[in-house]
Design a protein around this ligand. Structure first.
Ligand code: HC0
Ligand code: SF4
Length: 564
């Protein structure tokens, strides 16, 4: 059989279908957030749909449009939903392709969205009355595949530009690991292009006073989470905790007074508790945290108590850096640029608010929104000269950047936890078994015979899942007693990890995740320092301000709790 897909007859048919869709589509492209990044807009231009509509009976199509809209409105309930902190729905723009439903149900196994109606009236709809009443985890996988702007991240970029223009506050920008391998792609430099230095230059050109890096806090997270893991392992293995380090090593810096105040408060709040059970799950992905809270509350004690790197960065900027500047937390406006839509929700969580004060992170904009800001301000990312991050909260290691890939948090944690426990580096820094795009991966590490007493010859079993559908399979296998017992499990809600986040550039390239993943691993390989515990600025922060990893002040500022 020969199938022709590009004949004049086929093209005419496509034009007819596009015309029907366009007749049903609101005419608000000029103000739509995806203007210029819209598959439907591209197709209507390519097939010259306006001329087709002029040649045919447009009034009749409009008539059809009204019928369709009223039926959809009555069947689907609300056409608009803005009840989520992360995701905004405008089904008036919906083309009824159903990609969002596939992403939510088949990939993520969440079933927040479904198809309603029959025949030609079949359309995506919310299963519950509102997003806020659903089990939505804010992952944004629906938004990442929407060809138009029917499902999108809750937009914050205009407010950020207003804040930058008003110059009322000290403007600080922090950027997640996976953005540097994707913002170029959003602006046309191709998947897998790395534009870290140009990205920093663009943030300065936007008007940010300080440009820091979430990667710094990823290294900090490894210090906290690695220490927490070792504590849980020692308890499970019946070993004595290591001798406490001297916590009184603070320098006479300007931060000491601030530190003392925070420490007194930390002691009063009694945040610090004993080690939790194994397996320990990572806690840096807000989509995964919401999944546990809403669907698996029995796993809450297994979650690491560490805040995500982004939120650790928020706490460090608002407490430590503000004090260094001689300013109050409210004098700083902190903008986080992330590949993730759920980070918008995370920043607003009650657990993340400073007592009596506001959010640590004031705004979260996705990679797509960041691209929009640069286009809006005519900042030509690709042709900017590279600029460095500001010191000291811009320093990071290769271990930090791999957080952006599925398996990266685990690999970074193993590089540090192994070396701190055993006293010698991992035989090979690249843990091949937990690299790649497989939805579930696992590895086993055996500690060497010359490890300290109690550790020699012990095995550490770890697992990595990305995509909530895969995480559910892993949990089911564990629940049914199949497979090994794990000690440490990394879960990221988005397929591929943060490189595939719901706020990343929309792409139809099937290799896009592999290209972004390769770019992240290249950044690690090219780093001179590749282990988090060798980040000198992080070590200095402990010395100058935080005390020791998992100490009282670290617990108060860098750890959190969960709600079922
Ligand atoms: Fe991620 Fe993260 S790796 S969740 O995907 O851990 O957003 O990139 O910023 O916080 O570091 C997202 C990316 C981060 C955090 C880090 C973690
Ligand atoms: Fe489903 Fe994630 Fe979209 Fe929520 S954000 S509707 S869970 S795909």
């Amino acid at each position: 059989m020969q199938v022709s897909t590009d004949t004049a007859k086929v093209k005419e048919s496509i034009r007819g279908v596009l015309s029907l869709l366009k007749a049903n589509h609101p005419a608000d492209c000029m103000t739509c957030d995806v203007n210029g990044r819209c598959e439907f807009q591209d197709l209507t231009l390519r097939y010259n749909v306006d001329s087709y509509m002029a040649e045919h009976s447009l009034p009749k199509l409009r008539q059809y449009s009204h019928e369709w809209d009223s039926e959809l409105a009555s069947e689907a309930g609300a056409l608009h939903d803005s009840s989520s902190a992360a995701i905004a729905i405008d089904f008036e723009k919906c083309l009824r392709c159903g990609r969002c439903v596939t992403a939510c149900d088949t990939v993520q196994d969440m079933n927040v969205l479904g198809m309603a109606g029959r025949g030609r009236e079949r359309h995506p709809a919310l299963i519950t009355e509102a997003m806020s009443l659903s089990k939505c985890i804010s992952c944004g996988q629906c938004a990442a595949v929407c060809p138009v702007g029917a499902i999108a991240e809750r937009s914050e970029w205009r407010e950020v530009l207003n804040q930058l223009d008003s110059k009322r506050k000290v403007m600080v920008c922090v950027t997640a690991p996976a953005v540097r391998v994707a913002i170029g792609e959003e602006l046309g430099t191709g998947p897998g292009s790395v534009t870290t230095g140009q990205m920093v230059a663009a943030q300065r050109a936007l008007g940010f006073d300080y440009v820091f890096d979430v990667n710094f806090a990823a290294d900090l997270t490894i210090m906290e989470e690695g220490t927490e893991l070792l504590g849980r392992l020692r308890t499970a293995w019946g070993l004595e905790p290591p001798a406490a380090a001297d916590d009184d090593s603070s320098s006479s810096s300007a931060s000491s007074a601030g530190r003392q105040g925070h420490q007194d408060e930390a002691a009063g709040r009694g945040h610090h508790q004993g080690p939790g059970p194994l397996p320990m799950f990572t806690s840096c992905c807000p989509g995964w945290i919401t999944t546990v809270e809403k669907s698996y509350p029995e796993l809450i004690p297994h979650l690491s108590t560490c805040k995500s790197p982004a939120q650790m960065m928020g706490a460090v900027v608002k407490c430590y850096f503000a004090a260094k500047l001689g300013r109050q937390a409210e004098d700083i406006c902190l903008v986080s640029i992330a590949p993730c839509t759920a980070k918008k929700y995370e920043a607003e969580r009650a657990e993340m608010l400073r007592e009596g004060e506001g959010q640590d992170i004031d705004y979260v904009v996705t990679t797509r929104e960041f691209g929009r800001m640069l286009r809006e301000r005519r900042i030509p990312l690709a042709s900017l000269l590279e600029a460095p991050f500001d010191h000291p909260l811009g320093e990071s290691t290769g271990a930090a950047v791999i957080f952006g890939n599925t398996g990266g948090v685990m690999e970074a944690a193993l590089r540090t936890a192994y070396e701190l426990a055993v006293g010698q580096p991992l035989p090979k820094l690249e843990v091949a078994a937990i690299r790649g795009l497989a939805g579930i991966k696992e590895a086993e590490l055996t500690l060497p015979d010359d490890a300290p007493p109690g550790l020699a010859g012990r095995s550490l079993r770890v697992a990595v899942a990305s995509g909530i559908g895969h995480a559910r399979h892993l949990l089911q296998a564990m629940h049914s007693g199949q497979g090994p017992r794990y000690d440490f499990i990394e879960v990221m809600a988005c397929p591929g990890g943060c490189i595939g986040g719901g706020g990343q550039p929309k792409s139809r390239d099937p290799l896009v995740l592999l290209k972004r993943m390769g770019a992240v691993y290249n950044l690690d390989e090219r780093s001179t320092i590749r282990k988090s515990h060798q980040n000198q600025s992080v070590l200095q922060l402990y010395k100058e301000f935080l005390g020791e990893p998992n100490g009282p002040l670290a617990h108060q500022l860098l750890h959190t709790s969960y709600t079922d």
